[in-house]
Design a binder for this molecule. Structure first.
Ligand SMILES: [Zn+2]
Length: 63
């Protein structure tokens, strides 16, 4: 899964699109980079990276 961020246009990381769908499924057609996701939720990118690890470890098929 790859592409560019719908908001800032920067390249998406391998899990950014999956994380966007997981966290904000109602706007799943948009894909946000980690930075914009962090801004959207008013959290740090570190926290989102922890989330990705959590989803991976819990066996989520999207990651
Ligand atoms: Zn962005």
């Amino acid at each position: 899964m790859s592409g560019i961020c719908s908001k800032c246009g920067s390249a998406l990381g391998p899990y950014d699109a999956a994380l966007t769908r997981k966290l904000i499924s109602r706007i799943s057609r948009e894909c946000l980079c980690l930075k914009c996701l962090a801004e959207f939720f008013h959290v740090s990118t570190d926290l989102l990276e922890e989330r990705i690890l959590f989803f991976r470890e819990s066996g989520c098929t999207m990651f």
